[in-house]
Design a binder for this molecule. Structure first.
Ligand SMILES: Nc1nc2c([nH]c(=O)n2[C@H]2C[C@H](O)[C@@H](COP(=O)(O)OP(=O)(O)OP(=O)(O)O)O2)c(=O)[nH]1
Length: 140
């Protein structure tokens, strides 16, 4: 099928990271009021800016959002999401990271939760994230 130009959704590249603590719990962040998908729980991360690798994006976002320092070598690719939202198609590699420096703090007013793998499904997440959960549970 050929799509008219107005129907083509822009592709949005977002890098996300499952931080896993020493007890095997995963960090989720709640999207704040006023943003699209407010109230849903997501993996920390953000849009890959021009000139960045996904790893550089995560190093920057994890410092800005959580105040931690992560090294590229500690970011292991786990899986990815490819999901069509109304106005864009999201392509989101999900990394896993078990080692970082500093204490995790909610620097952007977001609510954080360290979640046991078996409880991940009780946190409502964006539609793109749902298919990622089995891979994460399998690994942990
Ligand atoms: N960080 C993150 N973003 C996700 C996840 N799942 C998901 O659909 N997204 C979407 C929400 C946003 O449309 C986009 C991430 O963009 P972003 O975090 O840089 O931007 P935002 O919409 O929160 O707000 P802004 O920075 O543009 O103001 O990816 C996820 O697990 N983590």
């Amino acid at each position: 099928m050929i799509l008219a130009k107005s129907e083509v959704k822009p592709l949005l590249l977002v890098a996300a990271c499952a931080l896993v603590d020493a007890d095997g719990r995963v960090l989720l962040a709640q999207r704040p009021e006023g943003k699209p998908m407010a109230g849903l729980w997501e993996f920390p991360g953000g849009k890959v800016e021009a000139g960045e690798t996904p790893e550089e994006t995560l190093i920057r976002e994890l410092a800005e959002e959580l105040g931690i320092e992560v090294k590229a070598a500690c970011l292991a690719p786990l899986t990815f999401a490819s999901h069509g939202y109304d106005h864009m198609h999201l392509l989101m590699p999900l990394y896993i990271c078990r080692r970082w420096e500093g204490m995790v703090k909610p620097l952007e007013g977001q609510t954080l939760a360290w979640v046991e793998p078996k409880r991940l499904r009780t946190y409502p997440m964006p539609a793109a994230d749902e298919p990622l959960i089995p891979a994460l549970i399998d690994l942990l």
